[in-house]
Design a protein around this ligand. Sequence first.
Ligand code: RE
Length: 372
Amino acid sequence: TPTISPGAQDLPRTMHFAAEPPLQPLIIDITEEEKLEITYIGKKLKRKYKSYDDPGFISMLHLNAYTLLPERIAKVLSNFGTDFSDQQYGAVVLRGLIEIGQDELGPTPRSWQETDHEKIMEYGFISSLLHGAVPSKPVEYFAQRKGGGLMHAIIPDENMSFTQTGSGSRTDLFVHTEDAFLHNAADFLSFLFLRNEERVPSTLYSIRSHGRPDAILQELFKPIYKCPKDANYASEEALGDDIRTSVLYGSRSAPFMRFDAAEQIYNEDANQDPEALHNLKRFWEEARKLIYNDFVPESGDLIFVNNHLCAHGRNAFLAGFREENGQLVKCERRLMLRMMSKTSLINIREVTHPENPYLIMEEHYGKVYSAH
Ligand code: RE
């Protein structure tokens, strides 16, 4: 069962001060019985609704989540949706969540554009249910793949191998909260690994690992930081360039975070003001020591993330190869499925598509893509 943090008022004062900051995600081993149940639910929903994008399914999502998911998992996610305490790391690993039929899946496509959505449909239903239990609503971002549906296949693409995007592989993907260049970035993320035969560690970094914010972190509450759009859009003209936001927000003692190391510190186009860059670099010196790098996802594992608490990334790798006894051995290329969600469609309505409240049209810090 998950640890449920009691309210501060229930704790003796000494205990409250003694609590150590969380340094790694909660890892939950899914039982064989739960795994069978979940795998069966995915297949059943696919038969009934055909697609997880089906309005009939999405409008029933929360009810389905609470009636269909194994109770223990629904409880963990429901608690995750409201626990922002100093003990909440902001990521949960559901280890061995789904049985992945490797043969049915076939070879990994050469790029996400070549994904056969029929083959990943049942996984889309399961991912949706997990977000539904938070409760949070799956959404799509026009800024990512022009929408492209509620779930995206993340596949290393040879032509994108050196980019800081989901299609990259050859360089470390620095830790970042998703879409730090948007005011309305996702609240929750899920990463379901169908394959990780290269054994690439996932990196996670939680703002909670610092403990109570010190003087260096307090500087990050100032709204003086810029964030360029990520490498998916390098060729497009930079918009929303002059807008500055804070990196930390919400509670002063247990804040939320919006941060992208690659774009805000290492991208020279960010053009930060000197004070902002100085603060970011001092922060990064502390933050980089707190990155958690010990989890290597296996087929069927899912990482569920609160995008306001925990940043994510991964180490560099050579797609389609893994090291065994110092030798490079060929293997199937990595394949991961990402879903993003918002807890409310109401607050984001001014940036969602007029005919589709699940499609976010924000391009860069409040600027909306012009009508199509
Ligand atoms: Re990401």
